[in-house]
Design a protein around this ligand. Sequence first.
Ligand code: PLP
Length: 344
Amino acid sequence: MNTAAERIGAGVGSLPRAMLATLPTPLEAGPDLPGGVGLLVKRDDLTGLGMGGNKARKLELICGAAAARGVDTVVTVGAAQSNHARMTAAACARLGWQAHLVLGCGGSPVGTEGNQLLSRLFGARLYPQPSDDWDELEGVASALADRLGADGRVVETLPVGGSTPIGALGYMLAWAEMMQQCESAGLNPCAVVVASSTAGTHAGLLAGQAVYRAAGAQTPELIAVGVAKKSRVLAADATRLARACLEAAGFAASVLDATTVEVDDAMIGAGYAVPTPEGDGAIRWAATQGGWILDRVYTGKALAGLLRMASEGRFSPGSQVLFWHTGGQPAIFASGGAPGDEAK
Ligand SMILES: *Cc1c(COP(=O)(O)O)cnc(C)c1O
């Protein structure tokens, strides 16, 4: 038995958890990357909850803790095509709770497409805002939470992306899940590449990796591809969250070596959710080479980062790299959500 996996299981296992995701998600082999590097894909687009994606793992721990304190209502914020808001809506439907979603729609028209269509279908109430300023959106969410609380609801307010230390625990567990899958299949990837926006996913994986390292286990390196913030800011966010996540599971924050936290921000382009030619190229590559569906906001840009690292010779020929597919498919069906459909 693997002692690091046992330690993670024991640390997180004592905390309340809502069983919302279909786990473990598949780990599958893909076509070679440039330079003769093998590709593995961790299919977290198949977590099952409300069309899947990475937020299901965070929501299991977040909703578990919320249920333990009698929550019946969740308020959260997101972008117009927020996957986090959609999966929060699905989780609330499963748990019999109300979901209230404050969405930053900026100048874009309020749609009934993609993630918004699904959120409505799950019974959530949507509050589209003309702004896309996070401070303003969080102000609206906190006023809404106060109003709901005054009406007698027991409210949980989640930050953008559900990136709390408790949410990140879902990805600490996921690191152990992935390591065990690799072990039993005799796979030994040299690196794991994942999209990072609000840092919760990256932080949980870092926390899991740190526990493995502390146990003396060999682990892949972890490379986050930023899709919104510059690497200095995102690396600091991920480090802070990973340490809080470690502490929440009963580990010392010091097991994480901050100098190993790596964020590549070369693929952001003009900004969050603004498509790039590299990201669109990666979406086409994944679709035509593997039948995988990536999105323009997160996974397309992350795979573009991986394709570039591979073609620049970052990984040795014959080695394997694991791409963590974090989901995002519903946004494909919103206008402007897929390459070749530039309508806005
Ligand atoms: C939210 C999201 C991410 C980023 O996860 P963070 O924990 O916010 O960094 C990546 N991919 C998809 C599809 C997402 O919805």
